[in-house]
Write a protein that binds this ligand. Structure first.
Ligand SMILES: CC(C)(COP(=O)(O)OP(=O)(O)OC[C@H]1O[C@@H](n2cnc3c(N)ncnc32)[C@H](O)[C@@H]1OP(=O)(O)O)[C@@H](O)C(=O)NCCC(=O)NCCS
Length: 164
């Protein structure tokens, strides 16, 4: 198994791939949100290669890579579709519920923390459709300012994830 960074001429967008026998089995896109925060834009394991451990191995390598790449990085943030179904207007199918639970557990097993402030600091403008998570990258804990960078980004790019 080989973990590589795909060369790009962009400072703040980085693509990585995990290859087996020269073929991509998992890839991810990350981008920088601030001096201290990176965001996972996307991760995907090739359909028939899922549940073989490639996604977990890729994420572990990715976290190490960001730490090496950027000594100032404190947090590696991302969002997952909400598991708090009561906050969603629509009723989810059971399959979808299970998939969301499994996805959340996948990240938690790898050490991701869940932001517990979904009701705060935007009481009248809550993040509802997704849950915010992150990996801690350094001994300096991510702070409220880091969370706000992420919330501001999501608010700009996905305003419909927030309640009115
Ligand atoms: C999330 C993803 C990258 C995990 O990759 P992977 O190579 O299958 O990961 P691993 O083999 O290391 O771990 C598999 C575990 O991930 C969990 N999991 C995470 N997302 C899942 C999903 N959408 N469906 C099923 N299981 C999922 C399961 O618990 C699974 O364990 P299991 O095989 O015992 O059921 C992969 O499921 C995927 O590409 N999903 C589609 C794209 C996606 O949803 N990306 C994440 C956006 S938030």
């Amino acid at each position: 198994m080989k973990f590589i960074q795909v060369p790009l001429n962009e400072d703040d967008l980085v693509i990585h791939a995990t290859l087996v026998g020269g073929k991509v089995v998992c890839h991810s896109k990350i981008h920088r949100l601030s001096e201290t925060v990176w965001r996972l834009f996307w991760i995907e394991t090739t359909g028939d290669k899922r549940s073989h451990g490639y996604g977990s191995a890729h994420l572990k390598n990715l976290i190490d890579q960001i730490k090496n790449l950027d000594s100032k990085a404190r947090g590696f943030a991302f969002e997952i579709p909400s598991r708090h179904f009561d906050r969603l207007e629509e009723k989810l199918e059971t399959d979808e519920q299970l998939e969301r639970q499994r996805r959340g557990l996948f990240y938690e097993r790898l050490g991701a923390k869940l932001w517990d402030g979904h009701n705060n600091p935007y009481p009248n403008n809550q993040l509802q459709k997704v849950e915010l998570m992150w990996f801690q990258l350094s001994d300096t804990l991510i702070g409220q300012s880091d969370i706000e960078v992420m919330l501001a980004y999501l608010k700009q790019t996905h305003p419909y994830w927030f309640s009115n």
